[in-house]
Design a protein around this ligand. Structure first.
Ligand code: NAD
Length: 289
């Protein structure tokens, strides 16, 4: 906490930019050794407006980092068999090191079945069963980008997890569960809360590091936070005024927490940066580096 009793703001934009710079340097080293640039293919089925924005942002960040980026746009009526055939083709394409299937898929398409057909080495979102198992067993694999970004932002601010009480609100496969595994691997004492947790406020108050990944605007109040605790806000919600707000009541939390991520500009920008990091690592493995 700084002099005026306000939390340090963990700037995800700047931290993500630093990660992206490291990735760009890694790409340059790979290319200088005669290997191809990392290839990322984003598969976008249908025209969901939010997905279009995400895909555009991923495309821009990956291009800036020196990747070969392609977007495979398929219409919403694409059949399961055709989609899975495209994934098979990308699995075999040696210029593609990372395949990202933008979720959610349009109604009628089975995402689990698509993921089962994805080569785990190219699953840079870390969602295939093989990569989930690798995370739980502590072996090498791709880690989902948002929880990986949470750990990275802590690391880059010198906030250690070892021996800390880490409380995660939310148990999704995309954020809460993988983050619990990552925090355990760092020797934290982990509590995972969810919609049926009996006394959420009391659980949150015990946390040295509190992570909110719920999807409910300003659910976490200032007096749910232990003074001096670190707060990571993963939530992305629309406030009453249409602006983005997190799962934490930032105005209250900022005078209690020791450090906190804002929304926007906190965990959000880390996600794409970690996607690039995973894809670079896939390209390195493919190059035998
Ligand atoms: P999800 O809907 O899959 O899971 C939400 C979790 O919150 C569930 O486990 C549920 O049990 C729990 N929950 C719901 N209501 C609750 C309540 N009242 N009290 C306690 N727990 C409750 O969501 P998700 O995919 O994990 O995403 C969570 C939030 O993070 C969303 O706002 C999403 O937009 C955001 N998100 C951000 C990024 C990013 O890049 N920053 C990435 C993924 C998700």
């Amino acid at each position: 906490m700084n002099d005026v009793g306000m939390a340090n703001i963990l700037d995800g934009k700047a931290t993500a930019a630093a990660v992206r710079e490291d990735v760009a340097a890694g790409v340059a080293t790979l290319r200088a050794a005669g290997h191809p640039a990392p290839g990322l293919c984003v598969v976008l089925v249908g025209g969901d407006p939010a997905s279009q924005v995400y895909v555009r942002n991923k495309d821009r960040a990956a291009t800036q980092a020196g990747f070969e980026v392609s977007t495979l746009r398929l219409d919403a009526e694409t059949s399961q068999a055709d989609l899975e055939a495209e994934i098979k083709r990308l699995n075999l394409d040696s210029s593609v090191h990372g395949i990202l299937v933008q979720l959610p898929l349009p109604k009628g398409l089975d995402a689990d079945s698509v993921l089962r057909g994805l080569d785990p080495a190219k699953d840079v979102d870390g969602l295939t069963a093989t990569n989930v198992a690798a995370l739980v067993t502590g072996s090498l694999g791709h880690v989902p980008c948002t929880p990986a970004g949470c750990i990275e932002i802590l690391d880059r601010h010198g906030i250690a997890l070892e021996g800390k009480r880490v409380t995660i609100v939310g148990r999704s496969m995309l954020v809460g569960k993988p983050l619990a595994q990552l925090a355990l691997a760092r020797n934290a004492t982990v509590t995972v809360c969810h919609s049926r947790t009996a006394d959420l406020a009391a659980e949150c108050r015990r946390a040295d590091i509190l992570v909110a990944a719920v999807g409910v605007a300003r659910l976490i109040k200032g007096d749910w936070i232990q003074p001096g605790a670190t707060v990571l806000d993963v939530g992305i919600n629309r406030g009453e005024d249409g602006k983005l707000v997190g799962d934490v009541d930032f105005a209250e939390a900022v005078s209690v927490a020791g450090a906190i991520t804002p929304v926007p500009g906190g965990v959000g920008p880390m996600t794409i940066a970690m996607l690039l990091k995973n894809t670079l690592s896939a390209a390195r493995v493919a190059a035998g580096v």
